[in-house]
Each structure stands twice: as C-alpha cells, then as structure tokens.
Design a protein around this ligand. Structure first.
Ligand code: 5GP
Length: 208
C-alpha cells in the first residue's frame, strides 16, 4: 500500500476534572484503536489497590522524581492533589518516532506546559454534562470522603476554567457518543497536513 502518511505518531492529550469519565474513555479508546498507546506517567503518589508499577504508573520516590526534573527528563510535570506527576520526554518522543500514536491523560497544568513545547498535539478537554452530575458521579464512587468530594469539586471548577486553551471539547453525557467523538478527533488528526508523506505528494503529483 502507498504510504500517504509520514509515519509520525499522533500526540493526543486529554484532561478532565475527576469524575468526568476520562479514565474509562481513554481505556476504551486505546482498546479499540490498536495503534494508540497510553503513556505511562511517573508519580510520587502511592499505588492504589490493584495498581501495577509500569502499567498504571511508574511509582517513584520524591527524590527520584526531583532528580528527573533536574535532568530535564520530563516533557511536562505538575503537582496534583499533593503529589507529583510527570511524562517522560524520551519515551514520548521515542514512541511517536516509531509511529505509535500516544495518548496522555494529564492535568491542565501539564497540558498547558506541553502545548508550548508540542503544539502539533491534539488537546482535548472532557466535560461532564453538569456540575450536579459530576458531584453525583463522585459520590457514587463511595471511596471518597465528603471533604475529598468537596476538594475535588473545587479542583474541577479550577480545571474547567482552562477549557478554552484546548482544541476540542467532548461532553461525556453518554459514553458511546463521547467515545465516537474521541475517535473522530483521532481520525481528523491523522488527516492533518503535518502527517502527510511529503515525498509521496511530490513524486505522485508534482513530478518531484
Ligand atoms: P490519579 O492520581 O487519580 O491517577 O490522577 C490524578 C490527576 O493527575 C489526574 O487528573 C491525571 O490526569 C493527572 N496526571 C496523571 N499523570 C500525569 C502526568 O504525567 N502529568 C500531569 N501533569 N498530570 C498527570
């Protein structure tokens, strides 16, 4: 088959307030799009029940994290809910150069840092249908205490305020609809001029 694309992997960056359904949507997206890989972040927070090092996160000490910051090993990093989180630059570049599409599930501070460095990415913000539904979803998780819920609601307001810095907004009212919208964004990104194989255009159409 003719290589019409240049083979560089997409950068898909997704942020959302906690409870908007971002994790399930991203998991389903990577399950159904075989070329899409979830970037594994580094974090200083303790693993939750069932979380696996190297699968959910790379769980590291504050010392290790700070050393990586000093060595400029992160494409972006931020403090979220008292813990540090970061995306390794080398891994991200490596995956994209190998043609893998990469999806990052990161907070708004990290996404804004990355946007400066990597403007070729697709920056997507997922919204819940309303604040009431967001609160309802947070309560259904039960694992969170009242003060934790209030803290997450305040954080959600803060994060939603950054919506206009993103390229796309997906409202997660109905899971399958939101998923279809995310898939459409990935497809649209693939068709961008930045991902065309220039030499194919030259030889095929321009006599180069
Ligand atoms: P959790 O601890 O619940 O897994 O994640 C808390 C928040 O940290 C989420 O909003 C998640 O998107 C964000 N996060 C996870 N990994 C990274 C990362 O590498 N960089 C940044 N900036 N945020 C991250």
């Amino acid at each position: 088959m003719t290589e019409t694309r240049n083979g560089k992997g997409l950068l898909i960056v997704v942020s959302a307030p906690s409870g908007a359904g971002k994790t399930s949507l991203c998991q389903e997206l990577t399950r159904t799009l075989p070329n899409l890989t979830h970037s594994i972040s580094y974090t200083t927070r303790a693993p939750r029940n069932g979380e696996v090092n190297g699968k959910d996160y790379w769980f590291v000490s504050v010392e290790t994290f700070e050393k990586m910051v000093a060595e400029r090993a992160f494409a972006e990093w931020a403090r979220v809910h008292q813990n540090l989180y970061g995306t390794a630059l080398a891994t991200l570049d490596d995956m994209r150069n190998k043609g893998k599409d990469v999806i990052l599930d990161i907070d708004t501070q990290g996404a804004m840092q990355l946007r400066e460095k990597m403007p070729d990415g697709a920056y997507i913000f997922i919204l819940p249908p309303s604040m009431e539904i967001l609160e309802e979803r947070l309560r259904k998780r039960q694992s969170d205490r009242e003060d934790e819920i209030q803290r997450r609601m305040a954080k959600a307001r803060e994060e939603i305020a950054a919506y206009s810095s993103y390229d796309y907004i997906v409202v997660n009212e109905e899971f399958q609809t939101a998923l279809a919208e995310l898939k459409a964004i990935v497809t649209a990104e693939k068709c961008k001029v930045a991902y065309i194989n220039n030499s194919w255009v030259d030889t095929t159409f321009l006599g180069g």
